[in-house]
Ligand binder design. Structure first.
Ligand code: ACO
Length: 339
């Protein structure tokens, strides 16, 4: 028994923010952003659009791709929740007309899609569900300080979704094995300090004192994260390949989390994977955290580069720290290009 990929969909908010747009208000340039990150433009939510709105759009497309209008569970991976409480997944399920199904959120920053795939596969393995709609959705730009040139150019908003169903381990689309890991001793390398129980956004009479506005926003130490990303994505990818009994030569597509094109290329180099087998779309979307891997999969499948039978290696790294990898043989499913 295995969790098998049965459908995929993605959604990007329509508002495009180019590097030139950012350069108008920040001390940065198109040249710096492109050469240091590989990003040319990203999509950003307009006021009033939330993570749940993006999740509903991507979820609807994945359901259409799978040709189903009912599932047993909805899982949403997000680091930019609709609100601190409750989870957005029940609302997404309801808005999609899926009824009173099992629904919950999980948070694992940029490795959210890999953790969510494993959790969704676990729901199927446990017998709790036969079909799962799993969505990675982020309006993370709402947590980024628009005045901070070291983070504002990097992130974008969007959602990617998959439908998983119970199937056989040897059929195309079967997920796994998985490799997952974390290192909480480096949690402060990427954090939004305020808003949670450690540091509420407002004092609330609890005596914590005033919260500086900058603590509401993302803080990131890019350089050490870069090194950690290359190291852990490489090791995780190697571990999962070994577990799956695949060699690097078996991999037709490396679909790695899009944090920085230089990170993806460095991991591919460490793995000795040729450039033509490395999928990239960061130039148009930026870092969309848990939406990154499914949006990229959807992109290359929709343009016909990723074909049924291709062997795919997925790997991601993010805050936490956290990382994860898995493999699958691409199934014969429909993918529609995201506008
Ligand atoms: N425009 C112009 N100059 C800039 C900008 C900018 N937007 N941002 C930084 N600089 C300057 C810095 O001030 C610095 O100047 P200095 O040398 O005079 O001090 C110089 O550029 C180099 O800065 P670095 O931060 O060292 O630049 P680096 O090459 O490391 O690139 C980046 C920064 C893109 C953030 C990179 O470190 C990176 O991608 N890190 C990994 C991010 C990541 O993987 N995050 C985890 C996943 S995300 C998640 O989980 C939510």
């Amino acid at each position: 028994m295995a969790a098998v990929l049965a459908g995929i969909g993605g959604f990007l908010p329509p508002r495009v923010v180019t590097n030139e747009d950012l350069s108008a208000t920040l001390d940065t340039s198109d040249e710096w952003i492109r050469t240091r990150t590989g990003i040319s433009e990203r999509r950003v939510v307009s006021g009033g659009t939330s993570t749940g709105d993006l999740a509903v759009q991507a979820g609807a497309r994945a359901l259409r791709s799978a040709g189903v209008d009912a599932v047993d569970a909805v899982v949403v991976a997000t680091t930019s929740p609709e609100r601190l409480c409750p989870a957005v997944a029940p609302e997404v399920a309801s808005r999609l007309g899926l009824g009173q199904v099992a629904a919950f959120d999980l948070t694992s920053a940029c490795s959210g899609f890999l953790y969510g795939l494993a959790a969704s596969a676990g729901l199927i393995a446990s017998g709790a569900a036969d079909t799962v709609l799993f969505i990675g959705a982020e309006a993370f730009t709402t947590l980024v300080n628009p005045q901070d040139r070291s983070t504002a150019p990097i992130f974008g908003d969007g959602a990617g979704a998959v439908v998983l169903r119970r199937g056989e381990p040897d059929e195309p689309g079967a997920l796994g094995p998985f490799d997952l890991g974390s290192d909480g001793s480096l949690a402060d390398l990427l954090a939004v300090p305020a808003g949670g129980s450690r540091q509420r956004s407002a004092d609330g009479g609890l005596g914590h004192g005033a919260v500086p506005t900058e603590d509401w926003y993302l803080r990131m130490e890019g350089r050490p994260l870069y090194q950690q990303a290359v190291e852990h994505m490489t090791q995780s990818a190697q571990a999962v390949l070994k577990h799956a009994d695949w060699s690097v030569a078996d991999v037709d597509w490396f679909v790695g989390h899009q944090a920085n094109v230089r990170i993806v290329r460095a991991v591919a180099e460490e793995l000795e994977l040729p450039e033509e087998r490395v999928a990239v779309n960061i130039d148009r979307v930026g870092n969309t955290l848990s939406a990154s891997v499914p949006l990229l999969l959807n992109d290359i499948a929709a343009r016909g580069d990723l074909r049924p039978g291709d062997r795919v290696l997925l790997s991601a790294f993010g805050a936490g720290l956290s990382w994860g990898s898995t493999v699958l043989v691409w199934p014969d499913i429909t993918a529609v290009a995201v506008n």
